[in-house]
Design a protein around this ligand. Structure first.
Ligand code: 13P
Length: 337
């Protein structure tokens, strides 16, 4: 394992207040996103949409890397250039989602475990040969009546650690993503408890699998109230509780923590990141973003399936990327009308 190389890439991912664009929606998820703008999810539409995002002028100022889906890393633009090359030519690192999705956990129907370890060694080798620098694996933890079970947390943490070790051996920086979902009526205190349990389990497993924490990136949820909770916690409480959990669970040697947005609005995702960085003082890791919906929502709407709208849609993406980059520096000052 070349830990110097891995650690350089991990540091580059969070350097200069940059973040990641998560554009690795699986075929099912991108179909859901496209259906919100009335567009059928064909391979050409998926390519056109992502090509539009990647070609945004000036994107590299705010975005260090893009997470791709298997289909996308193999796709060519309308004028025949690989989408990966479009990114690399701008100095943006391509990354790749390598998990095969969250599936029902046998014996625990309401819970999920992420699959995709079979053949992973070979897939990592191929992705490295295609220019990928980092990988992503998302585990999903659901809060509900009597869940999550410790079995579900353990099973997901174990898979995350096996994935992470395989990636490091193969030369990819693993993004370790244990997402505690915001769906539900639970309080922020419950989210804090479950996030803490989950991160503890994940870092224990990473340790057991000899994953070098200086060559990973953590992609966690923020600690927030359940979407349907009567009492919604405010910005300060979210920032305080999230930082407290991270300090409790994440080794100082991890270079970067890049949050997912998880269904928060575009603006909330920026405000919360900004607040955490305002409180930062001397946190050991960089706090940044690896957003999917919170970078793409407005851009997708404006694009609407019509390439004549590309420039307007790119401007929407750039606004969100710029604002989140400002939030990494604790310099976000609200939206300009
Ligand atoms: P969201 O920011 O939309 O949660 O997506 C991030 C991601 O990559 C989920 O795996």
């Amino acid at each position: 394992m070349d830990i110097v190389k891995l650690s350089n890439v991990a540091n580059k991912m969070v350097e200069d207040n940059k973040g990641l664009l998560a554009a690795d929606e699986s075929t099912g998820t991108i179909a859901k996103r496209l259906s919100t703008i009335g567009v059928e999810s064909t391979e050409d539409y998926r390519r056109d949409y992502r090509e539009m995002l990647f070609k945004a002028d000036g994107l590299a100022e705010y975005i260090s890397g893009v997470i791709l889906f298997d289909e996308t890393i193999r796709q060519k633009s309308q004028d025949g250039k690989s989408l990966t090359a479009i990114l690399s030519d701008k100095g943006i690192m391509p990354g790749i989602k390598v998990d095969k999705g969250a599936k029902s956990l046998a014996g625990h129907d309401e819970e999920k475990v992420t699959e995709g370890l079979d053949g992973l060694v070979e897939r990592v080798e191929e992705y490295v040969s295609m220019g990928a620098k980092f990988a992503k694996w998302r585990a999903v933890i659901t809060i509900g009546d009597s869940i999550p079970t410790s079995y579900c947390i353990k099973a997901n943490a174990h898979a995350l650690a096996r994935y992470a070790r395989i990636c490091q051996e193969g030369g990819l920086v693993p993004i370790v993503e244990p997402e505690v979902l915001m769906d539900g009526e639970h309080s922020i205190a419950k989210c804090e408890d479950v996030t803490k349990l989950t991160l503890k389990a994940v870092f224990n497993e990473l340790f057991d699998h000899s994953v070098d924490s200086s060559g990973i990136v953590l992609k966690p949820n923020m600690v927030i109230s359940g979407k349907n909770c009567q009492e919604q916690a405010g910005v300060e409480e979210i920032a305080d509780r999230t930082i407290a959990v991270l300090l409790n669970c994440v080794p100082a040697s991890v270079p970067g923590i890049m949050f997912l947005s998880g269904g928060q609005s575009e603006i909330d995702s920026t405000i919360h990141l900004n607040e955490m960085n305002k409180k930062k003082n001397d946190l050991p890791w960089s706090l940044s973003y690896s957003y999917g919906r919170a970078l793409q929502e407005s851009a997708l709407k404006v694009w609407g399936g019509d390439n004549n709208n590309n420039m307007k849609a790119q401007e929407k993406l750039l606004v969100r990327a710029r604002q989140n980059s400002l939030a990494c520096a604790a310099k976000y000052e609200g939206e300009v009308a």
